[in-house]
Design a protein around this ligand. Structure first.
Ligand code: NAD
Length: 332
């Protein structure tokens, strides 16, 4: 059977440039939150202006026939794409000249860090936390900051170890032409697993650093957490007295332009894009597979639950990542 392939831009179940839902990236900042997304919006707009949307491919599920290009595969009851074996995905990886991986919170749940939208996700259990996750609340309310600092001190991130999925991705770069490991995660576990720092782009920052919202000072998070443990409830910048938070991107904060541009360039260049452990609901990160598809790449989705991109993925893998990723990388 011929390999399924994906061409064109999908008819996704979400608006093409849906920027409302992008952002909160910091499980430690459940009360923090952002306001403006100027940079991200500008970049996303530029992206789509440069690569105007065409809709060449239509699939007609009701008639059981699919328009040219996009193949919609039969799925087994387990949700796996029955038409594509692990060996076949491995062969795509071997053959690809430019592979890009995008990871989300789902790769770290097996390390004990809850995701946001999975069955045990922080926001699934407490939807109000999502609404409260905005930088304006963090800046405007000392009680929010005090709770956030307590969350940081007690976070599971500090004791978490990379799991088999992280380690398999570290191995992946030794076997295939991996151009970039883009992550929405802030837990630093790809670094800890041994992935090359040169390949990792932490789109939403890293919790292991603290930053000053006024002067931009940055320093090791540990040192600021020591101040909290010593009794400071809302530690201030030692340089300028400004408000401190983790060096992560909360709702309403801008992504780092250079990181976003690097991710976008990698997505444009790649011929195989793996979206791993992400609900693909947070923009602009979720724009990256769209960009890859638009430039002709094949998309593989590895996620326990459905994503808006499933209808246009060349393969979908629902198996837990700690099992699925080592199995896949072993077969390359
Ligand atoms: P998400 O919570 O929206 O989605 C995670 C997805 O992973 C879910 O669809 C879930 O079904 C799936 N999943 C969970 N465990 C899995 C497993 N073992 N195997 C296969 N699939 C699994 O996460 P997102 O798309 O990354 O977006 C949320 C935002 O919050 C991102 O910015 C993310 O980085 C941030 N966040 C980060 C961390 C972290 O750094 N570890 C934790 C929580 C949230």
């Amino acid at each position: 059977m011929a390999s399924p392939s994906v061409v064109g831009v999908p008819e996704l179940g979400v608006p093409f440039v849906e920027l409302v839902g992008w952002a909160p990236f910091d499980p430690l900042e459940l009360h923090a939150a952002p306001s403006t997304v100027r940079t991200a919006n500008a970049i996303a707009s530029r992206t789509f202006m440069r690569t105007p949307v065409s809709r060449p491919t239509v699939w007609h599920r009701s008639r059981g026939a699919f328009g040219t290009g996009t193949l919609v595969k039969a799925r087994s009851s387990s949700g796996e794409n029955a038409a594509v074996s692990t060996d076949e995905i491995a062969s795509w990886l071997r053959a690809a000249r430019h592979v890009v991986v995008l990871t989300g919170a789902g790769i770290s749940t097996e390390s004990g860090i809850p995701d946001f939208r999975g069955p045990n996700g922080v926001w699934t259990k407490n939807p109000a936390a999502e609404k409260a996750a905005h930088i304006d609340h963090y800046v405007g309310d000392p009680e929010v900051r005090e709770r956030a600092w307590q969350n940081r001190v007690h976070s599971e991130v500090w004791s978490a170890e990379p799991n088999a999925g992280h380690r398999a991705l570290a191995e992946l770069e030794r076997k295939v032409a991996l151009d970039a490991l883009l992550t929405q995660n802030i837990d630093g576990l790809h670094h800890a697993a041994g992935s090359s720092p040169d390949l990792i782009v932490e789109l939403h920052g890293n919790v292991r650093e603290a930053k000053c919202l006024r002067c931009g000072w940055r320093g090791p998070m540990n040192e600021t957490l020591d101040r909290v443990r010593a009794g400071e409830t809302d530690p201030r910048c030692t340089e300028c007295g400004g408000i401190l938070k983790s060096a992560t991107v909360s709702f309403g904060e801008n992504l780092v332009v250079a990181d976003l541009e690097r991710a976008q360039a990698a997505a444009e260049r790649c011929d195989l894009f793996l979206a791993i452990g992400t609900s693909l609901g947070v923009y602009p990160a979720a724009a990256l597979p769209e960009i890859a598809l638009h430039h002709g790449a094949r998309l593989v989705v590895m996620n326990a639950e459905p994503t808006p991109f499933d209808p246009v993925a060349a393969a979908i893998v629902r198996t837990p990542l700690g099992e699925a990723l080592p199995a896949l990388v072993d077969r390359i």
